[in-house]
Write a protein that binds this ligand. Sequence first.
Ligand SMILES: Nc1ncnc2c1ncn2[C@@H]1O[C@H](COP(=O)(O)OP(=O)(O)O)[C@@H](O)[C@H]1O
Ligand SMILES: [Mg+2]
Length: 326
Amino acid sequence: MTDLLEVRDLRISFAPPGAAPIVPVDDVSFGVAAGEMVALVGESGCGKSLTGLAILRLLPRGAQLGPKSAIRFAGVDLATLSETTVRPYRGARIAMVFQDPMSSLNPVMRVGAQIVEAIQAHASVPFSTARARAIALLAEVGIADPADRVDAWPHQLSGGMRQRVMLAIALAGEPDVLIADEPTTALDVTVQAQILELLDTLRRTRQMAVLLITHDLGIVAGRADRVLVMYAGRIVESAPASTLFAAPQHPYTRGLFGSIPRLDGPVERLASIAGVVPPPGQWPSGCRFHPRCPLAVAACVATRPPLVADTAAHATACWVTAGSPT
Ligand SMILES: Nc1ncnc2c1ncn2[C@@H]1O[C@H](COP(=O)(O)OP(=O)(O)O)[C@@H](O)[C@H]1O
Ligand SMILES: [Mg+2]
């Protein structure tokens, strides 16, 4: 299967004046095929959001892409485009939704007007047509009574409904790829499941590829086709979802399976693995997971393990569970 979106050697660095550069994303490569759902999973601070933003060329000020980094969409390397030439891709070919639908929606604009605005940003259609499309989009994202709700204010909607509206706005440009960055993290468990179900429906009915970014491996099961596990700026394991869930290889992935999200803080901790992800300036030598790894040996401290794939497209970067240094 040819990938619609292909990220190669993605490297993102910040070089603050007078300080050593930091590299929060390093050597990340993956592809997403049309209609495929790929999950990018890892604890907070691993570089997931920067990876998603880089694809849309929406990196924060001061961030730089590596010279070898390529972001090919339908054969065009978005990394080489200017701000002006990359703009037609945003929203219309690749769209993104974020964690917090309240801060992404304009609180003083009716939801329908925000969808209409998004539709008219991508296509020159008269208001009446755009409004009819907005109502159809609200219906598509599962909002009941869309002809009434189109005139609602954001604060009149529940968190789950606001996230559905955000999805309607993201769909306004008829994207081929949707990047969903922690789309359900702010929602309670029942609503989370409904939004994930909706994402799954949308990618099937629209053949839209979805890159689902999450810290929660649990929500990925049964939905994603493939899973990329990211730790400290690198992909440490990638596999078809069924393979990864049946037989996770990397000790970090195994740790994620034992993770229990804490309710009392913003940082998710692993129940079975002590410690947290260090900040990018303090990433250790060799395998960056080695200080937290119960299986680490001397090679893990000395040498970075390459991401090596077996015949079943299951790739793991670990000296202990997937190979030995030679
Ligand atoms: N604007 C920025 N300036 C400097 N460092 C940043 C900036 N944005 C993110 N980072 C660094 O990149 C790391 C990864 O960020 P992010 O991609 O948001 O991680 P994730 O989404 O996996 O939680 C953060 O821990 C932070 O240290
Ligand atoms: Mg993030």
